[in-house]
Design a protein around this ligand. Structure first.
Ligand SMILES: [Fe+2]
Ligand SMILES: [Fe+2]
Length: 191
């Protein structure tokens, strides 16, 4: 491993840990219980965090779709652009659900990153971009799996919506993994 790779890999992994812990904190304070069914307020709060995550992912992929350069970047750029579109679709779906539940979907750019489980981390080159996206997808996947367990049978409507989004995030992670293998010739540290 080169010195540069060591330099970028380390904070990269600890950031994932911090972000995951932060995403979990709110879940734990939500204390899953049989009386959850009536806690619309808590559901809206969780969904505002999902909305923030999806907006941040839209912005990151959009940036990457424009900024990626290099002779071999065309395929990745197209993939980033497609993901950006799908993340925005997720944001819209979640915003609609918040609205249905009587909440006010929060699109305020201020505080977006404190609510988002995923980070707005922009890689310096194509491989780093792909890695950052893969990490963000994994964070979203972990977070959404926990939310699915949390909603369980108390709110099947919200749960099914998150399940649909999760499936797409899993495809995104797979796409990023394939791109990484194609551009770096090896998978990331752990899958
Ligand atoms: Fe998404
Ligand atoms: Fe995604």
């Amino acid at each position: 491993m080169s010195a540069q790779a060591q330099k970028t890999d380390k904070p990269f992994l600890s950031d994932v840990k911090t972000l995951r812990e932060r995403a979990r904190q709110h879940l734990e304070s939500g204390a899953v219980g049989t009386n959850y069914a009536g806690d619309v307020k808590k559901t809206i709060q969780f969904l505002q965090e999902v909305l923030a995550t999806e907006i941040v992912c839209t912005l990151r992929y959009t940036q990457n779709a424009i900024a990626a350069h290099g002779i071999s970047s065309q395929g990745a750029k197209a993939e980033f652009a497609e993901h950006a579109k799908e993340e925005w679709g997720h944001a819209m779906t979640v915003a609609e659900r918040i609205n249905q539940l009587g909440g006010d979907p929060d699109f305020n750019p201020e505080g977006l990153l404190t609510k988002s489980a995923a980070q707005y981390a922009i890689g310096a080159n194509l491989v780093e971009m792909i890695k950052e996206n893969l990490v963000a997808e994994r964070i979203a996947i972990d977070h959404y799996r926990e939310l699915i367990r949390y909603f369980g049978d108390d709110d099947p409507g919200t749960r099914v919506m998150i399940e649909g989004i999760l499936t797409v995030e899993e495809e995104h992670a797979d796409d990023m993994h394939d791109l990484l293998v194609a551009h770096e010739g090896k998978p990331m540290l752990q899958r």
